[in-house]
Write a protein that binds this ligand. Structure first.
Ligand code: ZN
Length: 62
């Protein structure tokens, strides 16, 4: 069984390693599909990221 993701994911925003998170917390990490591949967000940053999206609607959208 080959696992291609042998390296522990790093949070895209704060640079924290998912390997440092507790098993329960590690489950709360979320992935995003970027043009360059998959990027990870730790729970705290994922929450902040959602806030950003909800709080900052792009002007050109209107
Ligand atoms: Zn983070």
């Amino acid at each position: 069984m080959a696992d291609r993701s042998t390296e522990p994911p790093i949070c895209k925003r704060c640079g924290r390693s998912r390997a440092d998170a507790s098993p329960a917390e590690a489950l709360a990490w979320s992935t995003q599909n970027d043009p360059s591949g998959v990027s990870w967000l730790c729970p705290a940053c994922a929450r902040a990221h959602v806030r950003d999206i909800e709080g900052k609607l792009p002007d050109e959208y209107w």
